[in-house]
Ligand binder design. Structure first.
Ligand code: FMN
Length: 368
């Protein structure tokens, strides 16, 4: 049998296969930004994945950059997500929640009292849009707002928001959390040396300073819920949301890999942005990262069955994450295992709306 369909022990839990459903924002949260019965149905349909990583879920109002994404910072949201975790566990699936703070990729219309979004530094992301309330008072794509730099005291508050969200996630029944430190959002706004020119111990030329925020978040979350329930997602050489090349870029990511190695985390999950329209992780770099990081490694980005199997056989990763194929194939694992054809996803229904393009993709019918 292919390695892709063999079980994998991930900390305290055993995954029934090595297929991970990648985190995907679908922007269908109920009022109050709560996951609801429809969310539960969507994830339950996909529960044959070895592991599901949920869509990004904001850890605070401040951490939100898109309307209609679910949060995990209040009691109604905990109750809402509990529907999903039960639905997935009823089908013997496993699910982590992705904890999200967008930092500067936000708009004043989404923030408390219309305040400015926050980041490592007060630099606006050029040519970047998020999803808020536009000049006509309607929901829609809007240019991100000018952020302000977090003070050191506020950084402690944000770390605390991650801790509260992680504890909430465990109360909601999640098997663990994935800290979203990828794709140009807050953690990456601290890591990126081109952007983060802070003059205190949270930024500047020193790699250790630019890694301080993400490691403080990781350590605080691991301390609160257990390292074995704590995963993290990174996008080495990430270029989304106005992130640029910077000096010592490979060294920065490899230093982070070595730091994370000492922490017995559930996993590190690498996001290759090529299929998201940005550049690929440079040739060979994921292998350097794998050498530098001793724990479970997940890779995402443009995988299909054969390439996934080849990566596992070559021991280049432990688990393979699939994004878009899971949108349109709830039974992706069975389809790949049986070499059944895949349904193509409809981009028009990726974000927002209702059941259409969400819970109405059919399971494969062999007889049909
Ligand atoms: C509709 C959509 C929403 C996404 N939302 C998220 C998200 O919330 N968090 C995240 O880390 N990545 C997000 N991604 C990126 C995916 O997790 C994945 O890395 C990417 O789609 C590449 O995998 P694929 O080529 O298999 O689709 C999203 C991708 C898509 C297509």
């Amino acid at each position: 049998m292919e390695k892709l369909f063999t079980p994998y022990k991930l900390g305290d839990i055993t995954l029934s296969n090595r297929v991970v459903m990648a985190p995907m924002t679908r922007s269908r949260a109920d009022k109050g930004d709560t996951a609801d019965e429809l969310t539960a149905r969507y994830y339950q349909q996909r529960a044959s994945a070895g592991l599901i990583v949920s869509e990004g879920s904001q850890i605070s109002v401040q951490g939100q950059g898109y309307a209609f994404t679910p949060g995990i910072y209040n009691e109604a949201q905990v109750r809402g997500w509990a529907l999903t975790t039960k639905a997935v566990h009823d089908k013997n699936g496993k699910i982590f929640i992705q904890l999200w703070h967008v930092g500067r990729v936000s708009h004043t219309s989404l923030q408390n009292k219309g305040e400015a979004p926050v980041s490592s530094v007060a630099v606006r992301a050029e040519n970047a849009t998020c999803f808020g309330i536009n000049d006509e008072g309607k929901y829609g794509p809007v240019a991100v707002s000018m952020p302000r730099a977090l003070s050191k005291e506020e950084i402690r508050g944000v770390v605390q928001d991650y801790v509260t969200a992680a504890k909430n996630a465990i109360r909601a029944g999640f098997d663990g959390v994935e800290i979203h430190a990828a794709n140009g959002y807050l953690a990456e706004q601290f890591i990126n040396g081109g952007l983060n020119t802070r003059e205190d111990e949270y930024g500047g030329a020193e790699i250790a300073n630019r890694l301080r925020f993400v490691l403080e978040v990781t350590d605080a979350v691991a301390e609160a819920i257990g390292a074995g329930k704590t995963g993290i997602r990174l996008a080495p050489f990430g270029r989304l949301f106005d992130m640029h090349e910077f000096e010592g870029e490979a060294e920065t990511w490899l230093t982070l890999a070595a730091e994370l190695s000492t922490r017995s985390l559930a996993f590190v999950h690498l996001s290759d942005q090529q299929s998201l329209g940005a550049q690929a992780i440079p040739q060979g770099f994921t292998d350097s990262f794998r050498k530098a990081y001793s724990g479970t490694l997940i890779i995402a980005g443009s995988f299909e069955k054969d390439r996934a199997e080849a990566w596992l056989q070559a021991d280049r990763a432990d688990l393979i994450a699939f994004g878009r194929p899971f949108i349109s194939n709830p039974d992706l694992v069975e389809r790949m295992a049986n070499n059944w054809p895949l349904t193509e996803p409809d981009r028009a229904t990726f974000y927002g709306g209702n059941e259409k393009g969400y819970t109405d993709y059919p399971f494969y019918d062999e007889k049909a």
